[in-house]
Each structure stands twice: as structure tokens, then as C-alpha cells.
Design a protein around this ligand. Structure first.
Ligand SMILES: Cc1cc2nc3c(=O)[nH]c(=O)nc-3n(C[C@H](O)[C@H](O)[C@H](O)COP(=O)(O)O)c2cc1C
Length: 361
């Protein structure tokens, strides 16, 4: 795959999954001790696929067969969107990073839901998904509410999808839709969550960026998510700040984008810690950003994340990362004689002390 240009490689991977997912054998493992009930649904284990890989809702069966517990499909917008001009994905292999400025290329929510419905029906309604929704590029910021609400109504109207959907992720943190990150302010966010909850019973989960100038602003946002009674938080999306690092070539810097992968690990962990300190287990926190090896997942769970999401780590390591991570978690659970995720959460503070992981909850 690395011999191909990044977007070609992605398209080839998606094509391969699309054509083989029906016959692909299921990754088998006795991991019932990793199961959790979150968002009122049973989730097999805490390793899932982040938004932006299955942008059309056509390959999540294959990804789940490769071992992910669920896939966050999308990000969708109300109508089809071509996205930014190519090239729009770049690899930095030495840094184990990716820079993307895709710009929400997607078939539109209706087609996305129809695609997903087909896969769900073919699998006897036994797959979990989450759905990420964003704003159409042309929609002015003051009308962005409508884009989120329209899509939530479309989701609500599709019973097969609702039955299998863990949550709707409200994406206000992509760096590639001009102005979108401006929605990350407490007043707007509270109103957005309120308006979203008005049209759906699905859990609403908010995804944040890792680039706040002032950590206080981020802390206030997390507090407003709690106050507005959203159901969860994803931290973090890709970073625009990291694009300015010296290792990023000038021709990529010039056009901007969001950086993911290894250089994001430390920053994402910092934002996770800040979030956990405020949330104090009142709602699930999903950790995304720079998860490149099994121990990263263990760390994030110990810090207090309920679930973890992979993307760039999956690009660099392939499906082995899922298998190895589950094996590693099994080893760690055995080491501490933990028999269930519930027990793990009870013992988490003690484990953090032994493992010297900074956790204040
Ligand atoms: C090519 C690419 C496309 C992405 N598209 C989306 C997207 O549509 N919606 C979204 O919320 N995040 C998107 N992301 C961000 C990922 O979901 C994830 O939050 C981010 O890459 C950090 O995780 P990582 O370091 O494991 O890749 C995308 C990331 C990449 C690399």
C-alpha cells in the first residue's frame, strides 16, 4: 500500500474491504472480559475505528471483521460533497504521521445511511456503528445548526440505523472546513447540543480539536458539554498547530490541513487528561489521536477513557494493531487479576499508581 500515493492507497484499501468483506473471516478471540455497556448498548471491546476511514458507510462490516468493535462512519454532510482538491493526504513516514485536508468528501447523509442500512441488513442487525455529522462547506456558520439537525432527523427516520447506532458524533473540530472550529465556543455549543437533543434520542457525542490557545477555554467547553447533558466527548481530532513543526515540508504547510499520528500522541493525552479531570466519569470519554501501539490503548484506558479510536496507527501498522492491542489488554488484565471491564474501572486508580500513570480521578 505504501508504494501507492496516500489517497490511492486508501481507495485501494476501501475497495479491497468492499469486495471481500462478505467472505472475510471474523477475527476470533475470547475477549468477553473487555465488554462494556455504553450508550445503552453492549460494546465488545474498547478499540474502534475513528471517523474518516469509512466515509461512505460501505466498509464497516469488513473493518469489524478485522477486529474493531465498531466503526464511526462519515463524517457526512446534508448533501454530497467532493471535498478539497487533490492531493489532500500526505504521509510523513519518518514521523509516523499523516496530514490530511480532505474537506468532508462524502456522498451525503442519505446515501451514507442507505449504504449502511444495506450492510446492517446483510448481517442480521448485529453490527454497531456510530455516525459522524458535519456542516456543508457552503453553509454559513449561523445556519450550521440546520445542517446538524437535518442529518439527525434523517438518521431518526431510518429504524435499522437507529437500532444499531451507538451515538451521533457532532464534528465541530475538523480543520478542513473553513470556520468550523469557530463553533467550539461555549455559548454556541450549548445551543447546538440543546437543538440536537430536541430532534433525536440518540446519544450526542462532541468531538474536539487539540489546538486551543488557552486550556481554560477548552475546560469551559467540556463543562458546557456536561451542563448541556451531551452523552459523551471525543478528544481529539487532528492538529493544525503541529503542521508548523520543522519536519513538515513547506509545500504541505502552505495549504494547511490536520496532522495525525505519533506527533499527536502527547497532545491528545494531555487533552484526555484535562477532559477526564472535569468529567469525572459522568459521561464516557473516547480517546482519539496518536494511538500507535497497544500500550497507548492501555494508558488511555488507565487514564479514564472508556473507548479508544485508531486511524493513523491503523494506516502504519494494519489490522495487527487491533489484534496485538487486545492481546496486550488481556495480558494486563491477567497481571492485575481483573475479570471484567467493570472491575478494571474500580481498580483503575490503584493500577495508575503502580504503572505511574498520571490520573486524578
Ligand atoms: C485521512 C483522514 C481523514 C479523516 N477524516 C475525518 C472525518 O471525516 N471526520 C472526523 O471526525 N475525523 C476525521 N479524521 C480524524 C480521525 O478521526 C482522528 O480523530 C485523527 O486522525 C486522530 O487520530 P490518529 O492520530 O489515530 O489518526 C480523519 C483523519 C485522517 C487521517
Amino acid at each position: 500500500m505504501f508504494a501507492l500515493k496516500p489517497e490511492r492507497a486508501h481507495d485501494a484499501g476501501v475497495f479491497l474491504l468492499k469486495t471481500t468483506q462478505k467472505i472475510l473471516p471474523k477475527a476470533k478471540k475470547n475477549i468477553s472480559f473487555l465488554a462494556q455497556k455504553i450508550f445503552n448498548k453492549e460494546i465488545l471491546h474498547p478499540v474502534c475505528m475513528a471517523a474518516g476511514f469509512d466515509k461512505t458507510g460501505e466498509v464497516f462490516t469488513g473493518l469489524i471483521k478485522l477486529g474493531f468493535s465498531f466503526v464511526e462512519i462519515g463524517t457526512f454532510t446534508p448533501k454530497f460533497q467532493a471535498g478539497n482538491d487533490k492531493p489532500r493526504i500526505f504521509r510523513l513516514p519518518k514521523e509516523k504521521a499523516v496530514i490530511n485536508r480532505m474537506g468532508f468528501n462524502n456522498p451525503g447523509i442519505l446515501t451514507g445511511l442507505q449504504n449502511a442500512q444495506k450492510l446492517i441488513k446483510n448481517s442480521n442487525n448485529k453490527l454497531n456503528i456510530a455516525i459522524s455529522i458535519g456542516k456543508q462547506k457552503e453553509t454559513p456558520l449561523h445556519k450550521a445548526f440546520d445542517d446538524y439537525r437535518t442529518q439527525l432527523i434523517e438518521i431518526k427516520n431510518n429504524k435499522d440505523i437507529v437500532q444499531n447506532c451507538l451515538y451521533a458524533a457532532v464534528n465541530i473540530s475538523s480543520p478542513n472546513t473553513p470556520g468550523l472550529r469557530d463553533l467550539q465556543n461555549s455559548k454556541y455549543l450549548s445551543e447546538l447540543i440543546y437543538l440536537c437533543k430536541e430532534v433525536t434520542d440518540l446519544p450526542i457525542v462532541i468531538k474536539f480539536a487539540p489546538d486551543f490557545e488557552n486550556m481554560k477555554d477548552f475546560q469551559n467547553l467540556v463543562k458546557s458539554v456536561l451542563k448541556s447533558k451531551a452523552s459523551g466527548i471525543i478528544v481529539t481530532n487532528t492538529s493544525t498547530k503541529l503542521i508548523n513543526e520543522p519536519y513538515v515540508p513547506e509545500y504541505i504547510k502552505k495549504k494547511g490541513g490536520g496532522l495525525s499520528g505519533l506527533p499527536l500522541t502527547e497532545i491528545s493525552e494531555k487533552y484526555l487528561q484535562e477532559t477526564i479531570n472535569i468529567v469525572q466519569q459522568q459521561i464516557p470519554v473516547i480517546s482519539s489521536g496518536g494511538i500507535m501501539k497497544p500500550v497507548d490503548i492501555w494508558f488511555r484506558l488507565c487514564m479514564g477513557a472508556s473507548l479508544t479510536q485508531l486511524y493513523t496507527g491503523f494506516i502504519y501498522n494494519g489490522p495487527y494493531l487491533i489484534k496485538d492491542s487486545l492481546k496486550y489488554l488481556e495480558k494486563k488484565f491477567n497481571e492485575y487479576n481483573i475479570k471484567s471491564f467493570e472491575d478494571f474501572q474500580k481498580e483503575r486508580n490503584y493500577i495508575c499508581k503502580i504503572e505511574k500513570i498520571n490520573s486524578k480521578t
